[in-house]
Design a binder for this molecule. Structure first.
Ligand code: HSE
Length: 433
């Protein structure tokens, strides 16, 4: 038993889905450990969820029940409101605001809410002297918020990258290992329950984009700006590209990249090629990886479960213990008033690109392609032509030297006009990791 005589930290937990259930279980299983580490007991006063009568595999008899999260958030016996409902508007936002206004601190796993309304909520919390913590909002169990906010506080951050949607990484790696097309693996993921209720949040890159926007604000001291994240999902990634990229020594990942450039803040979530033997290239299945780079520390790679009951609840608990210990940090690691409104970069920094096209097998075809690339100012680094297969065309792969997205767009527009290309040429950025 703990020897502390401080008053317990009293929680109101809204949402008893996967994450809420995990949090209750940890608090029940590790009461002594949490009390010893926090210097005070951590106790649940009341809970709220959609269905009071659902069978749950933990004992709720000690907790009061509130039908409305708003009533839970404003109870007198709640010190910390734990919002695990989700959604960027409606009751999640209303109840967090109500909790702050009635003197409670907030712990949440709600990435959409923070990505879209984070700055406004940070201003509100800080004007009221309250804290909002959200370790579980980005990459589940990976402690990346605390790594950036605390452990790397002495660094000017140069780049933050990551694979932050486990479902997309599952789909891409399963396509490669089983040789299956996107549609088949998407359906498998649905059957396995991996997809969000609205699957476009996952495969459209939006969920991962929310996470990147949050990391970017902390890393660069900017107001969180989800609208400025350039987002493309994995829907156009074909099994052909996965196989061809592998032939050239790469893997395709839904990769988020945020970096401050001379032209402004670049925030991009898109399918990219990464070297197959890099840590990101080696990441398989539903696991997440976040790579952060600071001017003193260099590169740090964090890898772990990005979702699931235990990992996500572990992250929520780290916030609860932080508050119980009396640690009070600004929401985005520095006062909201000091966060700058970053100018979004108009284009991404130059990079090498992978291009794949079906070329008519006739004399001079390749020369025409090379000429388009030359006219676009694009230099070829490597090229591979496959021998004839069943159709009229032959697959050609090109890895370019570093070039700009504008030059690539120009080339992609011009290539079909050569009359030697069958179908649409494909381009994917190759990220230096
Ligand atoms: N749907 C997310 C993922 C988990 O697949 O990683 C919650 O953020």
């Amino acid at each position: 038993m703990t020897t502390t005589d401080s008053a317990p930290l009293r929680l109101g937990i809204a949402g008893l889905g996967t994450v809420g259930t995990g949090v209750v279980k940890i608090i029940q299983r590790h009461a002594d450990l949490l009390a010893n580490r926090s210097g005070r007991a951590v106790a649940i006063s009341a809970v709220s969820a959609r269905d009071r009568h659902k069978n749950r595999d933990f004992d709720m008899s000690d907790f009061a029940w509130e039908t409305s999260p708003l009533d839970l958030a404003t109870r007198d016996d709640v010190d910390v409101y734990v919002e695990l409902i989700g959604g960027d508007t409606g009751i999640a936002k209303d109840s967090i605001e109500a909790a702050l206004r009635t003197g409670k601190d907030v712990v949440t796993a709600n990435k959409a809410l923070l990505a879209i309304h984070g700055h406004e909520l940070a201003e509100l919390a800080e004007s009221l002297g309250r804290v909002i913590r959200f370790e579980a909002a980005v990459a589940g169990g990976i402690p990346v918020i605390k790594t950036l906010t605390e452990s790397l506080a002495g660094n000017g951050m140069t780049r933050v990258m990551g694979v932050m949607n486990g479902t997309c990484n599952y789909i891409l790696t399963r396509m490669e290992s089983a040789g299956l097309p996107y549609e088949t693996v998407f359906e498998e993921a649905r059957q396995l329950g991996y997809l969000e209720a609205d699957p476009t949040l996952d495969v459209g890159g939006i969920d991962a984009g929310h996470k990147l926007a949050i990391l970017s604000a902390i890393a660069f001291g900017t107001q969180v700006d989800f609208d400025a994240v350039e987002i493309e999902g994995i829907e156009r990634v074909s099994i052909d590209d996965i196989n061809r990229a592998r032939d050239m020594g790469y893997r395709i990942k839904l990769l988020g990249v945020a970096q401050m450039t001379a032209r402004g803040l670049e925030q991009r979530m898109s399918p990219c090629l990464v070297p197959a033997d890099s840590p990101l290239g080696q990441l398989v299945g539903g696991t997440n990886m976040v790579v952060v780079e600071g001017d003193s520390v260099g590169q740090i790679v964090l890898r772990g479960a990005g979702a699931g009951e235990g990992p996500t609840a572990s992250a929520v608990m780290s916030d609860i213990v932080e508050i119980a210990r009396g640690v009070r940090l600004p929401v985005f690691g520095q006062p909201a008033a000091s966060l700058t409104a970053a100018q979004p970069a108009r284009t991404a920094v130059p990079a090498a690109y992978y291009m794949r096209m079906e070329l008519l097998d006739k004399p001079g075809a390749l020369a025409k392609v090379a000429s388009v690339l030359g006219d676009a100012g694009i230099s070829i680094d490597r090229m591979r032509q496959y021998s004839h297969h069943d159709g009229d065309g032959v697959p050609v792969l090109i890895v370019t030297d570093k070039t700009t997205p504008d030059a690539i767009d120009f080339a992609i527009e011009q290539l079909p006009k050569t009359g030697v290309i069958l179908g649409e040429p494909v381009e994917l950025r190759i990220e230096e990791v």
